[in-house]
Design a protein. Sequence first.
Length: 154
Amino acid sequence: MQDMKISPLIVAAMTWAVPCAAQATCVGHPGTAQINLEISNVRSSKGRIALTLYADDASKFLRKRGSLYVPRVDAVGPVTRACIFVPKPGYYALAVYHDENANKKLDRTGIGLPAEGFGFTNNPKLFLSMPAFKSARLKVPAEGVLARIRLRYP
């Protein structure tokens, strides 16, 4: 039999498909599209990962009551795989955080900085502030999309 070379893209797709097949259904309000998530650098399997979904509206991004919804999934270190429904194909952004103590809020330090791991779609560079909506904005087609988010811890 001849040696077969397998494309790295096929290997990546196979690696992604196996954990998703074992995963339950997507979280959030059922919609017509979804974002499959691979959240890396998860420090521990304690607590939950909050998935905060924002619509295509920069004025609501990271604002209190600005998100569409915030479903949570169990944290699995070092990589948590999840799936979240979006209402329809279009542009969205996700802000995620590792709620290690499962108190359903992003704990902050005395000066207001996040005290728990957090990340955003597109992994924008941060320098003394949170990202702008346009740097975390993600196009979600009808067939869905894979987003990789790397958590940052203080």
